[in-house]
Design a protein around this ligand. Structure first.
Ligand code: PMT
Length: 217
């Protein structure tokens, strides 16, 4: 896998969590650190690609040489992804996107009362599904972060979202997945599966980028 294998290609990668505001001081989010998505970006840059990261709020630095578009919410990530994927060769959805957002964002800090309360949630757009449905779609790779029935759910997402490839990520194990330094993936396309065993995210990312480059050629 040579340094300039991906020369001239544009790879767009979503990374990190989204934040869905409830009021000016509170939000719904998850434990994604951005480490996996940023490691994929680094591996793609190393192989010569032009890389755009669409990133939710994270506390790590982007790899040198990447263009970074910072967003907070799923709707903002969706808008950026639809635009950036117009001229992309590969789109990788590594972000942990909130499936729901608050139906209404309170304009002022919500006050505690003597009553219990509930928040009404509405569905967010499905970013990777909408990119995969575009007429001029790039090669689209999704992730499936699951705590049970990992393979079944991953294959379901491969089909229902019409993806070219999906990375099944068992996040029930504390040493891999969300916010860990290591990860392990099973990568499925429509007719094969490949194991990427537990290793530092940089190593996993290098193998994944190589696999994507092979599969789309
Ligand atoms: O960031 P790290 O701490 O390094 O952790 C990495 C990770 C565990 C977040 C990453 O490896 C991972 O598994 N990312 C996908 C997380 C996720 O939200 O998976 P999901 O199964 O809920 O979503 C399936 C796919 O649809 C994903 O590609 C996701 O990006 C995409 N999606 C989901 C919802 C939505 N509204 N839009 C989307 O595009």
């Amino acid at each position: 896998f040579q340094e300039k294998t991906l020369g001239g290609q544009h790879w767009v990668i979503t990374a990190g969590p989204t934040r869905e505001a409830i009021d000016p001081v509170r939000y719904i989010s998850n434990h994604s650190s951005g480490k996996m998505g940023y490691a994929i970006a680094q591996a793609a840059v190393n192989a010569g690609a032009n890389v755009t990261i669409i990133s939710g709020p994270v506390s790590i630095s982007a790899p040198a040489g990447c263009k970074v578009i910072n967003v907070e919410s799923a709707e903002q990530m969706h808008q950026a992804a639809m635009k950036q994927s117009d001229n992309a060769d590969v789109f990788i959805a590594c972000a942990a996107v909130a499936d729901y957002r608050a139906a209404d964002i309170a304009p002022q800090k919500m006050k505690k009362s003597s009553q219990d309360m509930s928040i009404s949630l509405v569905r967010n757009p499905d970013i990777v599904k909408d990119v995969a449905a575009k007429a001029n779609k790039p090669f689209v790779v999704g992730f499936a972060a699951e705590t049970q029935d990992v393979e079944t759910y991953a294959l379901g997402k491969l089909t229902s979202k019409k993806l070219d490839m999906i990375c099944a990520n068992d996040v029930s194990i504390a040493t891999q997945g969300f916010n860990a330094n290591q990860n392990a993936l099973t990568v499925f396309d429509k007719d094969s599966s490949t194991e990427i065993p537990l290793a530092d995210k940089a190593m996993v990312a290098t193998q994944l980028v190589k696999l994507i480059a092979e599969k789309r050629s």
